[in-house]
Design a protein around this ligand. Structure first.
Ligand code: C5P
Length: 228
């Protein structure tokens, strides 16, 4: 079995959330989002995961203060974030050796299930790049710059989630490329390097916290999860 790593990009400012506090540090069920995401990889898994978290300086000071106030003694490496998610992940990859499995999981997806984390790492033993996806259930339209729109055959599309799991040497090699704004996730960087992607089922509970509505939804899902 390859050694297992996770990069949790937490360097964003969370402007779309419209709150003073970046979304990684907002409280969900009373606990900061980043703490919830970190706990999923550091507790309750049947294997050890080395954690690397890129953060910007303002989040770092909030996080360090939170850990001090809670007396938290967790093992992870904090590294400086970059200008974009791409740059944050690239910096973190400098701390990952070749020959390992590395997952990249957005800090703002605190509802991923541990069973899915385990399944995706296990798939990663067999494939160089594993990507969880969902079918599209709404109808879709392609909107032109003039506001006109046309129908799209939704069956051919998938929504892409994290954690995405890679052979570390494959991801590190792919990240040697120049930045492109099209790189909204790691699968797109790896695809550019010509590596085939293995798509696996994602989970609808694993939402990405982006807008205030997402926080309300996450609170509800969290309560439902503790009941289930
Ligand atoms: O804003 P976006 O949807 O791209 O954010 C996805 C994840 O990437 C978030 O967890 C965010 O904190 C992280 N990110 C980062 N460094 C940046 C921008 C975003 O680590 N400069």
């Amino acid at each position: 079995m390859r050694e297992r790593y996770v990069i949790i990009p937490a360097g964003g400012s969370g402007r779309r959330m419209g709150a003073d506090i970046p979304k990684q540090m907002l409280r969900l069920g009373g606990v900061p989002v980043l703490r919830r995401t970190l706990d999923l990889f550091t507790t309750g898994l049947p294997f050890e995961v080395h954690v690397i978290i890129p953060v910007n300086p303002s989040i770092k000071s909030m996080w360090v203060e939170y850990c001090r106030s809670e007396g938290l003694m967790l093992r992870y490496i904090l590294v400086p974030g970059g200008m974009t998610r791409f740059h944050s992940v690239r910096k973190a990859l400098g701390y990952v050796p070749d020959g390992a499995l590395v997952a990249v999981h957005d800090a703002v997806r605190p509802l991923v299930r541990r069973e899915d984390i385990v399944r995706l790492y296990d798939e990663g033993e067999k494939w160089p790049a594993v990507v969880p996806v969902l079918p599209v259930t709404d109808s879709m339209r392609l909107v032109a710059p003039d506001g006109s729109s046309s129908m799209v055959a939704r069956d051919g599309y998938r929504l892409v989630q994290t954690p995405q799991v890679f052979h570390s040497e494959v991801l590190k090699n792919a990240y040697r490329t120049a930045f492109s704004p099209e790189f909204t996730d790691d699968a797109s960087v790896v695809e550019k390097a010509g590596v085939p992607l293995h798509l696996c089922p994602g989970n609808r509970f694993n939402i990405k916290l982006t807008t205030p509505e997402d926080m309300a939804l996450a609170e509800t899902l969290l309560r439902a999860k503790t009941i289930l």
